[in-house]
Design a binder for this molecule. Structure first.
Ligand SMILES: NC(=O)c1ccc[n+]([C@@H]2O[C@H](COP(=O)([O-])OP(=O)(O)OC[C@H]3O[C@@H](n4cnc5c(N)ncnc54)[C@H](OP(=O)(O)O)[C@@H]3O)[C@@H](O)[C@H]2O)c1
Length: 305
């Protein structure tokens, strides 16, 4: 099969190569999915799991990409809940070969059915951004209607999902980001926007929940805006700042079939919009994943047209 591989951590995405690889075999509880579309998070090149296995042994050449939409072509021993020929989408294991390929072996529990009226490109754009926003807001952040949410990077992949889901849950959403992203963040439902380079984050105040996708100084400045009993949720590593009288939590997104189904249902009925910036083919993926211009929104790679 065709696949993108990486072998050199120092080279980052520039080291990606399109090669031929053997098709994967289904292990216990796996299914094989013929990939139609794949998502990619640029920071994957910095994740240890891209380079080593769970025992820290080199696993290169590895296939990046952890979001997929496609069709089940085979079932491994014990795989349940899915059938051959079924359309699916989901989140692949961090430590296994990923989704920038024509086929992937993936545990069935990491997938959900993809309804027939949802395009594969849309399906591949949802797993990481949708599940991260969902888990950050509702599981880790315990969001309640009426609360004030600070959604960092509100025009980005995760932030745009955070903004929409928090609004739909009855929160008041203050989005942040670059000046150029103001209108996009407002269009996704933010009621206010803070341009992090030019506006004073310190004027915001009274925040119940910060969803941080940036970290560093932005996170430290945000912690001071959280009211007593509030929560800082970080998705960029252990929290570097704690609210004076609140919780600081960090987490890594996990696959969840029920949550994926809820997210895709919201896309179908128009309550949730995807944030896709560029769509390319597997043959052109190396160039598409090394853009020369700033791309706002996710890049999706189609393995089949
Ligand atoms: N823990 C988890 O489970 C998990 C899951 C998903 C993602 N993540 C991480 O979360 C981060 C965001 O992912 P994403 O896919 O949402 O990325 P993304 O689509 O690039 O969104 C990030 C947004 O924040 C903006 N931004 C970043 N730094 C900024 C700054 N200093 N000032 C103003 N705006 C800034 C970006 O603008 P520019 O493009 O101009 O920088 C972009 O609009 C990544 O580090 C990713 O690895 C973690």
């Amino acid at each position: 099969m065709k696949a993108i591989v990486v072998t050199d951590q120092a080279a980052g995405t520039a080291g990606m190569k399109l090669v031929e690889r053997p098709e994967p075999l289904a292990a216990i509880n796996d299914v094989i999915v013929q990939i139609h579309a794949s998502g990619f998070v640029p920071t994957e090149m910095a994740w240890p799991s891209t380079w080593t296995d769970r025992r820290d042994r080199d696993r290169t050449p590895s296939i990046p990409g952890h979001e997929l939409a496609g069709v089940v072509t085979a079932l491994g021993y014990g795989a349940t809940g899915l059938s051959v020929g079924q359309r699916v989408f989901g989140l692949a294991d961090w430590y296994r070969d990923g989704t920038l390929a024509e086929y992937v072996a993936i545990e069935a529990r990491n997938l959900a059915p993809l309804p027939g009226d949802v395009d594969f490109t849309v399906g591949a754009s949802l797993p990481i951004s949708g599940l991260t926003a969902w888990q950050g807001l509702f599981q880790h952040g315990r969001l309640q209607a009426g609360q004030r949410v600070l959604a960092h990077g509100a025009a980005g992949a995760v932030g745009s999902m955070v903004t929409q889901l928090a609004r739909a849950a009855g929160a008041y959403v203050i989005g942040t980001g670059r000046a150029a992203d103001r209108q996009k963040a407002l269009d996704f439902g933010a009621q206010e926007f803070v341009d992090l380079d030019n506006d004073a984050l310190e004027d915001v105040g009274g925040i119940d929940l910060v969803l941080d996708v940036i970290g560093g100084d932005v996170q430290k400045r945000s912690a001071g805006q959280i009211r007593a009993g509030g929560t800082l949720v970080s998705i960029v590593g252990p929290a570097e700042a704690r609210p004076a009288d609140g919780l600081a939590i960090d987490f890594v997104v996990e696959a969840d079939r029920a949550q994926l189904s809820e997210i895709v249902q919201r896309v179908r009925d128009g309550r949730l919009r995807t944030n896709i910036g560029n769509v390319s083919t597997l043959d052109n993926a190396v160039a598409a994943l090394n853009p020369t211009d700033r791309i706002s929104g996710k890049t999706i790679i189609r393995a089949r047209s």
